[in-house]
Design a protein around this ligand. Sequence first.
Ligand code: E4P
Length: 217
Amino acid sequence: MKFFIDTANTDEIRELNDLGLVDGVTTNPSLILKSGRNINEVIKDICNIIKGPVSAEVAATDYDNIMRETNHLLKIAENICIKLPLTFDGLRVCKILTEKGRKTNMTLCFTANQALLAAKAGATFVSPFIGRLDDINLNGMKLISEIRTIFDNYAFRTEILAASIRTANHVKEAALIGADIVTMPSIILKQLINHPLTDKGLEIFLADWTKTGQKIG
Ligand code: E4P
């Protein structure tokens, strides 16, 4: 399973990349706003830090303008992945980029049928938004499970990128179902390590080790 970081904050990206745990980055217009930076500059910086795919989202909604923005974003770096809305205009651009061998991420996926369309268009990634479904009392994880079944039925190569992750439990459940990737805020990635018994056990081992009076090496 691959880990992507859902942020446009380069400090956070650098910190987690140094741990060797980041396979890619996803951004969206809200995350660019939060970064307070210009999209061209921040995406370029992220692409210089991370070797894997960096999703940059178009802001246009009609075919001509999506194409214009896509051509601009593609020039930023080789590892740019174009994030497109799951609409027919977005799918049309997706198909063209797939034929050109460029990476695509179909975003704002809320149904299995939308994911099926993304796979038919040859998308590299499809992003089902778990947390936003849970927010309206639907079952985000059930969507991941449905998409997994459909993609396996037909051996679609589109990867399931579980997005809108709100808890460490979301990560575990997505992994159990077989999502290919989880994109999460850096705070959630940091929470994955937590267990009070790990902290307590380490404390006891260190105290006992001190009592032995020994040194390793
Ligand atoms: C995915 O690519 C999106 O950027 C992100 O996961 C959305 O998460 P949110 O619902 O917490 O905004």
